[in-house]
Design a protein around this ligand. Structure first.
Ligand code: CAA
Length: 380
């Protein structure tokens, strides 16, 4: 077993670490306050090749795997989790499924523009009545000659405001209300009838865009169908296996930022005539944070390795996300406790990390959904 990163993985880590620490970290507070990310950040993400990490080189991407993506997301999220989720969703929930399930024509049409960041991707699965129960999707796609007509509203869509291309899950067989009657469509936001609805005001990751996306009689050609008719739920779940590795990486990144902030503050702040780091109660917190983070990071890398080697990663991805999201929230809580009253103000970034960490236990499958996936795998 080799725990050493490859030369390429190290280069990705160094490049994303520099960008995260020098560019993103100083902007994170502004992103949170303004509830947006500036165009200059998107430009730099594109220039660094971070928008097409897993897209093949023949389509203008970096041709890398989930391991490199996980390493990059770990670093980016240490700088700014709002940027981190934007990049994660774009790569793992759009670029990856088109690469895996798309026809040559679909790849040629969409991947080059996703790889350059000209188009940002969004994943439209969740609906008011289809959250954890994703198979309850009601947005409809009805055949009309060679076309499909899409109607419905998707909610909590990451990148909603900025999206150029959506992967939309629709019910194509109304005779069933379960997973078997769902298909996946590639819908450009330029299509007539596609619009952005309400923008959510969130507790954390406020710089990222989370909106409704509304489809009103949106006509798409037959070539917009990704995969087979009524086989979209498997694409949704398989894609989320990859997405969960991305969110687990995000959680590890946020947790690492909490650990780093804790070590720094514990070395600077003095009480009872000694720095906080001299107290064993604080030392033990630091030890626990570091140990849990290291374990979560290894689970993330195992899941990414399995996916890159075409092995089933469903259980490993769920375990990585479960462990990493709980760890991120544990680290954020301990970090705030170490900072005391100061950490509860916005003088320090801890309060933002505390808010940002919380979502990792919710999106791309809540904590108990990960437990369902893991236990079903073990118990049948
Ligand atoms: N890969 C491939 N196929 C899979 C699969 C996977 N990982 N998981 C399930 N399937 C297949 C099953 O084999 C089954 O196929 P067959 O009928 O042919 O056997 C079919 O899909 C249905 O599977 P289930 O019976 O397990 O489906 P279920 O209705 O019981 O749901 C669930 C399972 C795990 C609860 C699922 O609904 C789920 O993951 N829910 C959470 C939804 C979620 O994660 N939403 C995230 C929204 S996107 C988001 O947050 C992105 C963002 O913007 C940040």
């Amino acid at each position: 077993m080799d725990f050493k990163l490859s030369e390429q993985e190290n280069l990705v880590r160094e490049m994303t670490r520099d960008f995260a620490q020098q560019v993103l970290a100083p902007l994170a507070r502004q992103h949170d306050k303004d509830e947006t990310i500036g165009p200059d950040v998107f430009k730099q993400l594109s220039e660094l090749g971070l928008m097409g990490m897993t897209i093949g080189e023949e389509y203008g991407g970096a041709g890398m795997g989930n391991m490199e993506l996980a390493i990059a997301l770990d670093e980016l999220n240490q700088g700014c989790a709002s940027v981190g989720v934007t990049v994660s969703v774009h790569n793992s929930l759009l670029g990856s499924p088109i690469t895996k399930w798309g026809t040559d024509a679909q790849k040629t049409e969409w991947l080059p523009r996703l790889a350059t960041g000209e188009l940002l991707g969004a994943y439209c699965l969740t609906e008011p009545n289809a959250g954890s129960d994703a198979a309850a999707v009601a947005t409809s796609a009805v055949r009309d000659g060679d076309d499909w007509i899409i109607n419905g509203t998707k909610i909590f869509v990451t990148n909603g405001e900025w999206a150029g291309l959506c992967l939309v899950y629709c019910r194509t067989d109304t005779s069933v209300s379960n997973a078997k009657g769902i298909s996946a469509f590639l819908v450009p936001m330029s299509a007539e009838g596609a619009s952005v609805g309400k923008k959510e005001k969130k507790t954390g990751i406020r710089g990222s865009s989370t909106t409704e996306i509304i489809f009103e009689n949106v006509r798409v050609p037959a070539s917009a169908l990704l995969g087979e008719v009524n086989a979209g739920f498997k694409i949704a779940m398989d894609t989320l296996d990859g997405g969960r590795i991305g969110i687990a990486s995000q959680a590890v990144g946020i947790g690492q930022a909490c650990l780093d902030a804790s070590i720094k503050y514990a070395g600077e702040r003095e009480q009872f005539g000694r720095p906080l780091s001299a107290f064993q109660a604080i030392q033990f917190k630091i030890a626990d944070m570091s140990t849990r983070l290291e374990a979560a990071r290894l689970l993330v890398r195992k899941a990414a390795w399995l996916r890159d080697n075409q092995m089933s990663c469903t259980q490993a991805a769920a375990q990585a996300k479960l462990s990493a999201s709980l760890t991120a929230n544990f680290c954020a809580d301990e970090c705030l406790q170490i900072h005391g009253g100061a950490g509860y103000t916005d003088d320090f970034q801890v309060e933002r990390l505390f808010r940002d960490a919380r979502i990792t236990e919710i999106y791309e499958g809540a904590t108990d959904i990960q437990r369902i996936v893991i236990s079903r795998n073990l118990l049948g």
